[in-house]
Design a protein around this ligand. Structure first.
Ligand SMILES: Nc1ncnc2c1ncn2[C@@H]1O[C@H](COP(=O)(O)OP(=O)(O)OP(=O)(O)O)[C@@H](O)[C@H]1O
Ligand SMILES: [Mg+2]
Length: 388
């Protein structure tokens, strides 16, 4: 008998039957890469970049013809960390392919010679390096690219949160990577990122090394009708029913943020008994349950924001999407100190990744953070927001 699982997956690998849509996006991602191009993948946070990449890695014609490597560099702060993680990710990706490939990897990384050890039982090299073992990152990096160049199959490498390289202290990292990427003929690259302004500057400004070097795919929210169908079908399969209107209200509340929707429907599915119909009260309960489960983390996040930036944060939470935030009207309506104080606070909140600015509109990145703030200060009622 098949295990009964909650069909709204919120972490880890998503099996194709639980993966919603992305038909055209996966086709164009696969087309770019299999035609030998590199790809920039941008979207707001939590829209589904990582999920899309992994979904495509498992599909034909990628699965059987390429080595696929996925590296999240969000937490790296230097070329040395980047190189370490890159090497480690390749090592792990080729591990299942056995001794020959691993040995060739170890031999190619001459700058680390003597640093790898051999497992005495399996006779296989092990990746027991420490960050400090990488003493000449630029050289090791070059060797890694050489290894990819000589791999027995073409490779696809995804750098997730690629904008992070702009924060490394070393100079000319972009130029260095660009040179390697340009010379690679056996590997194609995905550069994924969620910070629009940095990614755009990196790939779309003619003064920068990566200018015009890749196709661009902008991942938007899943279409509202397609997502509604997905939710209704999975609820039905689990012997539950939900109206299209309710799904769409949730969708609009989160402006189509994939994670927030999936998290909410995951909770809603679990609190709905078989044979029942989902009501708006249950939707509200589910959202509150999710917010409650995140409360300690949200509280911590708020406490890390300086008091002088909070009034703007609360104003944006209340508006959902805030426009013309330095206008006299906005400043007055939300009792903010001054236009210049708003401008400064906005810049700080943007840099910290707490808010986003898209097409002139500011919003809080994490929809649950916004809902929690509104709940805390009673400034917007969940039912009204859903009916918005
Ligand atoms: N097509 C999809 N169908 C169903 N669930 C999805 C889909 N795409 C993503 N998800 C879910 O949405 C959430 C966010 O996806 P993912 O982590 O891929 O986004 P992301 O853009 O990489 O986010 P981040 O900016 O945090 O890196 C995850 O919980 C994932 O399981
Ligand atoms: Mg991601």
């Amino acid at each position: 008998m098949k295990k009964i699982i909650n069909p709204f997956i919120v972490s880890g690998k998503i099996e194709p039957e639980y993966f919603c849509d992305r038909v055209s996006e996966s086709a164009s991602l696969i087309k770019s890469l299999t035609n030998g191009n590199n790809l920039v993948l941008i979207s707001p946070r939590r829209m589904g970049k990582t999920g899309l990449i992994n979904y495509c890695y498992d599909k034909e014609p990628i699965f059987n013809n390429y080595h696929t490597i996925f590296i999240d560099i969000l937490h790296t702060t230097s070329l040395r960390e980047f190189t370490f993680l890159f090497g480690k990710s390749i090592f792990e990706a080729i591990l299942p392919f056995g001794q020959k490939m691993l040995t060739s990897f170890v031999h190619t990384l001459k700058s680390l010679s003597g640093k790898f050890s051999i497992d005495l039982v399996t006779n296989m090299p092990t990746f027991n390096l420490e960050l400090g073992d990488i003493t000449r990152p630029a050289m090791t990096l070059e060797e890694i690219f050489t290894y990819l160049e000589n791999a027995d199959k073409p490779c696809i490498v995804a750098f997730d949160e690629f904008q992070q390289i702009a924060n490394y202290p070393e100079k000319n990292i972009e130029a260095l990577l660009r040179t390697h990427v340009q010379q690679a003929s056996n590997t194609h690259f995905i550069f994924a990122g969620s910070e629009y302004h940095i990614m755009q500057k990196m790939f779309m400004s003619s003064a920068r090394p990566f200018y015009n070097s890749a196709d661009t795919l902008e991942l938007k929210a899943i279409d509202i009708d397609v997502y509604a169908r997905f939710v209704i079908d999975h609820m039905n399969r689990g012997k539950r029913t939900i109206s299209e209107e309710l799904v769409k209200e949730v969708y609009r509340l989160y402006s189509g943020n994939t994670y927030a929707m999936q998290k909410t429907f995951n909770e809603l599915y679990s609190i709905t008994r078989e044979g029942s119909d989902v009501t708006i009260d249950m939707v509200i309960t589910a959202i509150n349950n999710v917010i409650n489960s995140k409360e300690p983390m949200l509280r911590e996040q708020l406490s890390n924001i300086p008091d002088k930036h909070k009034p703007l944060l609360y104003a944006i939470a209340q508006e959902g999407e805030a426009e013309r935030i330095t206008s006299a009207k906005f400043v007055k309506d939300h009792k903010l100190a001054s236009a210049s104080a708003v401008q400064y606070a906005a810049a700080q909140l943007l840099t910290k990744g707490i808010i986003t600015k898209l097409a002139g509109k500011y919003s809080i990145n994490d929809p649950f953070f916004a809902l929690w703030i509104n709940r805390l200060y009673g400034s917007a009622n969940l039912l009204q927001q859903l009916k918005g």
